[in-house]
Design a protein around this ligand. Structure first.
Ligand SMILES: NC(=O)c1ccc[n+]([C@@H]2O[C@H](COP(=O)([O-])OP(=O)(O)OC[C@H]3O[C@@H](n4cnc5c(N)ncnc54)[C@H](O)[C@@H]3O)[C@@H](O)[C@H]2O)c1
Length: 411
């Protein structure tokens, strides 16, 4: 029997499973994709995250981490599957189908006393729903209180996951105080920061609140950047000056908000309380409107060229990661490819082939070569290598810098 069974071996599940394994726990990692399972069992990784390869290799070589396609008996189950949203009748609603199927897969091996932890970012009430789904499967053999359920949201930052896994404070929100305590004890195995216990609903809303806070603040910066474009004012200079006020700390604008967290989680609050979540919804709308604003800027500047060659620097949803999911930069590049055809060049140092949506529609080139050929350079992601580009290669180019990378801003 395993100590821990981690369900979903992506950006969250794989580091979590591996760190438990390197701390001596017997861990089974489960994923529905056979390629992921095989890769991990070979001690390799299928995602990009600094030093994760070393951690996974150590975990697998120690014999404490194995991967499989289906759960097996364990004392603790940790669910770290995707929780995206989908659109239905004009509403943006959470898609809990992955959490539901992961929960039902646990039912086949669950036994009395098991601790079941939801790590996926989820709408309020999801941990309670997990209990219902599990009981639907096992009610003939078990009682309601035979299992302990808790929500322990994850707040690690891609690019710094291994450090933050250990050093970030955590929340352990149980359906019962006993579940909260058990979850807290579990994470103490590797977490050196404080672990706060609460109830599951508060834990669920706490995680959504953190990302909505970020979204609202980024929306303020993005709105300012669009106001500045209308008023012909340099937004980077403006924010730098305003931030000299001792109690003002405006974030930096960008091409929009992407990824599977900040651009998604606020909708879980909006869909739960549409009448109340007015500011949160508006922030989402402001951030979602920013890519169209950037596309309009490019179109306006491209008018003076007969056949403009455009270089888009960056496709990832944020700096220094390979993750293109929900990326506003990718959306912008896709739209520009549809308008300007194969004269679009994209530069993304973290990938070696074009994503499907750009295949045959653009070319992938190193930044310096792309800039040499381009009339218009659109900086979409402030990846480290772009910051190091010699500024002189931008001379004679029209530059649209959505991250303030060349203005000395960004971050
Ligand atoms: N990536 C982040 O930075 C981050 C940060 C905090 C919270 N989260 C949250 O953590 C959760 C997981 O995110 P992620 O980035 O690790 O996702 P991911 O897509 O990288 O990984 C999820 C994995 O789960 C697998 N999966 C799906 N359904 C399954 C099932 N029924 N059984 C077994 N495996 C299954 C998928 O094949 C995939 O490999 C999400 O709710 C996300 O919002 C992510």
């Amino acid at each position: 029997m395993f100590d821990i069974c981690v369900i979903g071996l992506g950006y969250i599940g794989l580091p979590t499973a591996s760190i438990f394994a390197t701390k001596g726990k017997k861990v089974l990692g489960v994923d529905v994709i056979q390629r992921v399972v095989d890769t991990i069992n070979e001690g390799r990784i299928h995602i990009e995250e600094p030093d994760l390869d070393i951690l996974v290799r150590a975990a697998v070589q120690s014999g404490n981490l194995t991967a499989a396609i289906a759960p097996q008996p364990a004392s603790t189950f940790i669910v770290a599957v995707p929780t995206p949203f989908h659109h239905e009748n004009g509403n943006t609603l959470p898609d809990l189908s992955f959490v539901e199927s992961a929960t039902r897969s646990i039912a086949k091996v669950a036994k009395k006393g098991d601790l079941i932890i939801l790590e996926s970012t989820s709408p309020v009430g999801t941990t309670e729903k997990m209990k219902e789904w599990l009981m639907e499967e096992v009610s003939s053999q078990f009682q309601e209180d035979d299992f302990l359920f808790a929500h322990c949201p994850e707040r690690i930052l891609p690019g710094q996951m291994l450090k933050e896994l250990v050093t970030n404070d955590r929340i352990a929100g149980g359906l019962t105080p006993e579940a909260s305590e058990k979850a807290k004890e579990l994470y103490e195995v590797f977490c050196s920061a404080e672990i706060f216990t609460t109830d599951a609903r508060t834990a669920e809303l706490a995680k959504l609140t953190e990302n909505s806070y970020r979204d609202v603040n980024i929306a303020f910066a993005n709105e300012l950047s669009m106001i500045c474009d209308s008023l012909n004012i340099d937004v980077w200079e403006l924010i730098k000056l305003a931030n000299r006020h001792p109690r003002v700390k405006i974030l930096q604008p960008g091409p929009g908000v992407g990824g599977h967290c900040i651009a998604v989680d606020p909708w879980f609050i909006v869909s739960a309380c549409p009448e109340r979540a007015r500011l949160i919804r508006t922030a989402r709308e402001v951030n979602d409107s920013k890519p169209e604003h950037v596309i309009a800027q490019v179109k306006e500047r491209a008018e003076r060229f007969r056949k403009p060659v455009i270089a888009c620097l960056g496709l990832a949803f944020k700096a220094n990661v390979d993750d293109l999911r929900e990326s506003p930069s990718l959306h912008i590049a896709e739209k520009l490819a549809a308008i300007y055809g194969s004269d679009l060049i994209v530069c993304e140092p973290h990938i070696d082939k074009l994503p499907k949506c750009l295949e045959g529609k653009a070319t992938l080139e190193p930044a310096e070569e792309a800039i040499k050929r381009a009339d218009i350079v659109v900086l979409l992601v402030d990846h480290k290598p772009f910051k190091k580009l010699p500024k002189r290669i931008l001379d004679q180019r029209v530059v649209i810098d959505t991250r303030g990378c060349f203005a000395g801003g960004g971050a």
